[in-house]
Design a protein around this ligand. Structure first.
Ligand SMILES: [Zn+2]
Length: 143
């Protein structure tokens, strides 16, 4: 079964895009990627979201080869999962959805919540989480 031409073109473009995304891996930027404050605040989360995006865009492309209905369902899944997953991962890592921002377009930084006393603390970047200690109770965030 060959899909109608517009659907075939959409599917081919999306499959090509996912292959391009596999080869090309930009860091946090203002133009392309899962551009959320939480992904800007955590470089590791940005990379995870990009890899997740590859799978979802490929799913959209393959869905377009089947039918419009499958394509639309795959698009809804793409939007929901690519917005929801980074938030869930960030929350599990830092214990909060809070972040803080310097001046600039993408200068977001993570905030971590102490699981012992509930104190919120600003971190310079995600790498600082492994060595940071709570300002209020002195216990490490990572055990
Ligand atoms: Zn604490």
């Amino acid at each position: 079964m060959i899909p109608p031409l517009p659907l075939f073109i959409v599917g081919a473009v999306l499959c090509g895009l996912s292959i391009l995304m596999l080869c090309w891996h930009p860091g946090p930027n203002a133009w392309i990627g899962v551009r959320l404050p939480w992904t800007y605040a955590d470089r590791e989360l940005w990379d995870t979201s990009w890899r997740l995006g590859i799978v979802l865009v490929l799913g959209m492309g393959l869905g377009a080869f089947i039918s419009w209905q499958v394509f639309i369902a795959a698009t809804v899944v793409l939007l929901g999962v690519s917005l929801g997953c980074p938030m869930v991962i960030y929350y599990r890592k830092y214990g909060t959805l809070r972040f803080w921002k310097d001046q600039g377009w993408i200068a977001y930084h993570p905030v971590v919540r102490c699981r012992h006393c509930g104190h919120y603390q600003k971190l310079p970047d995600d790498a600082a989480l492994s060595t940071a200690q709570c300002e209020a109770c002195g216990r490490p965030y990572r055990i």
